[in-house]
Design a protein around this ligand. Structure first.
Ligand SMILES: Cc1cc2nc3c(=O)[nH]c(=O)nc-3n(C[C@H](O)[C@H](O)[C@H](O)COP(=O)(O)OP(=O)(O)OC[C@H]3O[C@@H](n4cnc5c(N)ncnc54)[C@H](O)[C@@H]3O)c2cc1C
Length: 591
């Protein structure tokens, strides 16, 4: 619910009184979100942040939860080309957008034992460079993109690649947050819910001021870049590609040839295999600065020639464009290797076009990587089918990452013992003919066949069911979020951090329970129970038991309304799987 004019005036007055500059209107990097009325405030100090959060929360305390005002942090606000919010989803949206631009949010300070205090707005690439050059340290896990901020990347459980590596959030040893009521809180592993909170904080527990990150002593990286066909890639994956080297990532450029899965002469895959080496080793083939200008020129040329517009208008050009231009530039024709500073090799891609649409599914993989082979094959077959109908949905590339992952909360890389995580990232340009249909087909495949979780900063399929995908971890997360707010005397439903994107994630369950008072809830409970009574199939042997349960609920609905349990105990996929056949039948009495 937007602020009314009086609130808006009051809010702008608070900004003015505290010397907080602001402007109106906000766009993310890819410009798929264009929020014209948003008030965008540049926050220079922690005190300013506290004032803004307190003001928004005070507004919300006076109104119903459904009418609350929202305020979120978004990366950006510095006068630099890539100082932007890199999420495609509406996760950073709010009536008020905060850019944490002050020194307090840009600090980099080594603490004890390779732990470095890092301000929330420090970009991952800037951090990597300073760690390497000033403190002789590196980040063992980081995104390929250097421009995302540490708080923003961790919020969405962001990841890089590395067989033995956690997600980026797995490096967090402690976090300091500003709560919606303005209080400042630091949490670390001594907090029993730390793992649940850090794995994907989602910006829901407070505005992150800084993080203490675990680093390792600096090394260089030696990287082999192998040019392959898709068929060769599949063979190498089957032979242990992802397990044999510590850091492996893959880029596959679809060329839409009918024999793409078997033709070994189409070299449209590049495999990056990196190994840490001593910092004293001499650089080989390394000129990161030139490489950046080369990539930048390529992106600028594409944008000024409006290549993606051309492809949208003339999709029949896409196969040749992918085969003769993208493959040639991005994959090359022969194997190569480089050896150089860790930050340069990790963040080898430094220029990005704005006109991109991205879907990243993360799924568990076994050491033999059979799930990855299945996914590559399925996606390539699907693209071939689309090509038969003259549709070529992917105009950039498909990126594969392989890492160990991080357990806890709504982490997209939660994994069982001995398993790994594959990030399967499909990147195209906006509005390509057939891309929407391809995306739908892929979401069906990845969610249902591989139990994948979508990257919350990229694309969440409309049918995605968080509770089903995350099982018990979802319930734990909700409970942790509720307990956190109760402990800090904040009403979750009135938190300005809860925007529409996250409200959908929480599925309204939490809010409804808190919002309704007990008498109103009892009426609802009774109504639902009576509704169910009339639906019971009395031929089922468990019908009588269920009928008795429902009658009991109708007799004393207040007791159930007060209970912290859901009416029939939420059945997550996990606990359904553990049920006996009899218990499952009992769940099917209604219908
Ligand atoms: C070209 C491109 C390449 C990408 N490459 C990768 C990749 O290699 N790996 C990967 O995992 N992802 C990648 N992404 C996705 C991107 O990393 C995530 O969406 C990430 O969350 C963006 O972080 P950000 O710093 O831009 O923050 P934003 O996108 O602005 O924010 C992300 C979320 O964090 C919240 N937030 C931000 N700052 C704070 C704070 N201080 N306190 C509390 N909450 C906060 C925001 O409200 C929002 O909910 C890529 C995206 C693009 C466009």
């Amino acid at each position: 619910m937007p602020m009314d004019q009086a609130e808006k005036n009051e809010f702008l007055k608070v900004l003015e009184d505290h010397h907080i500059t602001h402007e109106i209107g906000w766009k993310n990097f890819s410009e798929n979100i264009d929020d014209k009325p948003a008030i965008v405030a540049k926050i220079e100090t922690i005190q300013q942040l506290q004032v803004v959060m307190r003001t928004l929360y005070a507004f919300n305390e006076k109104k119903a939860e459904s009418e609350r005002n929202t305020g979120r942090t978004a990366a950006g606000g510095d006068n630099k080309k890539y100082s932007k919010s890199f999420s495609f989803t509406a996760c950073a949206e709010g009536e008020v957008i905060l850019h944490l631009t002050g020194k307090a949010f840009k600090e980099i300070k080594p603490l004890a034992e390779n732990i470095v205090l890092t301000g929330a707005s420090v970009e991952v690439g800037v951090l990597a460079r300073i760690l390497y050059e000033l403190y002789n340290l590196v980040l063992q896990a980081a995104s390929l993109i250097p421009y995302v901020t540490v708080a923003g990347l961790a919020a969405n459980a962001g990841h890089g690649s590395g067989r033995d590596q956690p997600s980026f959030a797995g490096l967090i040893a402690a976090m300091t947050l500003c709560l919606p009521n303005g209080d400042i809180v630091r949490i670390d592993a001594n907090d029993e819910n730390f793992e649940t909170i850090r794995a994907a904080h989602l910006g829901l527990f407070g505005v992150v001021i800084n993080m203490e990150l675990q680093c390792i002593p600096a090394k260089k990286l030696k990287c082999e870049m192998d040019v392959r066909s898709l068929a060769e890639l599949i063979e190498e994956v089957q032979q242990g590609l992802f397990i044999n080297d510590p850091y492996v990532s893959v880029m596959y450029v679809p060329t839409y040839q009918p024999d793409e899965l078997t033709n070994k002469s189409i070299k449209n895959v590049i495999i990056y295999r990196s190994t840490p080496v001593a910092k004293e080793e001499n650089d080989v083939n390394m000129n990161a600065v030139l490489s950046h200008f080369g990539q930048d020129a390529e992106v600028e040329m594409g944008e000024s020639l409006h290549i993606t517009d051309l492809l949208r208008k003339h999709p029949n050009l896409i196969p040749d464009y992918m085969k003769y231009i993208v493959s040639q530039f991005a994959v090359g024709v022969k194997d190569a290797h480089v050896l150089g500073p860790w930050p340069d090799v990790t963040h080898y891609r430094t220029a990005f076009p704005r006109d991109i649409d991205d879907t990243d599914y993360l799924f568990e993989a076994s050491a033999d990587a059979k799930e990855i082979v299945a996914a590559i094959t399925r996606v390539a077959e699907s693209l071939t089918e689309f090509a038969k109908h003259k549709q070529y949905p992917i105009t950039d590339a498909i990126y594969l990452r392989f890492f160990k992952g991080t357990n806890g909360g709504l982490s997209t890389s939660a994994h069982a013992e001995g398993r790994y995580i594959c990030g399967f990232d499909m990147v195209s340009s906006n509005g390509m003919h057939g891309y929407k249909e391809f995306k739908n087909e892929m979401s069906h495949y990845f969610l249902n066949e591989l139990n994948a979780k979508p990257h919350p900063g990229k694309f969440i399929p409309p049918e995605f069911n968080y509770r089903k995908a995350y099982g018990k971890a979802y319930d734990e997360f909700i409970k942790t979020l509720q307990d956190w707010h109760t402990k800090h005397h904040i009403e979750l439903g009135k938190s300005p951090l809860l925007n529409a994107f996250h409200e959908q994630m929480l599925n309204n369950n939490v809010l409804m329970r808190e919002e309704m008072d007990v008498p109103r809830q009892s009426v609802e409970v009774k109504k639902i129970a009576e509704g169910f009574k009339s639906q019971i199939n009395m031929e089922n042997p468990f019908a009588e038991i269920l009928l008795k349960d429902l009658e009991e609920i109708c007799r004393q609905p207040e007791a159930y309304a007060r209970s912290s349990q859901t009416l029939f105990g939420g059945s997550t996929t996990d606990n359904m799987n553990n049920q006996s056949v009899e218990e499952k039948q009992r769940h099917c009495v209604i219908v």
